[in-house]
Write a protein that binds this ligand. Sequence first.
Ligand code: AMP
Ligand code: ZN
Length: 135
Amino acid sequence: MNTCIFCKIINKEIPSHMIQETPSSLSFLDIHPHAQGHTVIIPKKHVKILAELNDKTTQELILDVKKTMQLLQNKLHPDGFNVGWNDGVAAGQVVGHLHIHILPRYTNDNGGSMHSIIKNPGKRSVEDIAKMFSK
Ligand code: AMP
Ligand code: ZN
């Protein structure tokens, strides 16, 4: 039995405030909004993290993110957005079904930027890390 809360939303077993449905994704209002119009968008296929999503569905998902942002823009007229997801438990993911947060932002809304998520660069220098990627 699938106990995933977001799969239940997809299957309409529990209600949601859906604002967009496409063949591959669902966008609905976050039940505990961190911003006016805070929305989550989920692939209909149950995967936990982005690495598990195939390339075709990933492409569809990002296009659907763009469409949802446009919808929010048209209705709520935000001044900007933060868009991102908690990919894995260590990154703060609570619901184990991949979901992208779309946070409409408003001038002087007292929020921070992506940089406020973490400030812990670790022991390795930027140069040492760069060397790990050099061919
Ligand atoms: P995360 O911490 O990235 O796993 O975020 C999970 C998000 O899902 C939180 O922002 C919750 O408020 C939201 N959430 C959990 N259950 C529901 C639900 N039934 N309907 C809408 N949003 C939900
Ligand atoms: Zn699920």
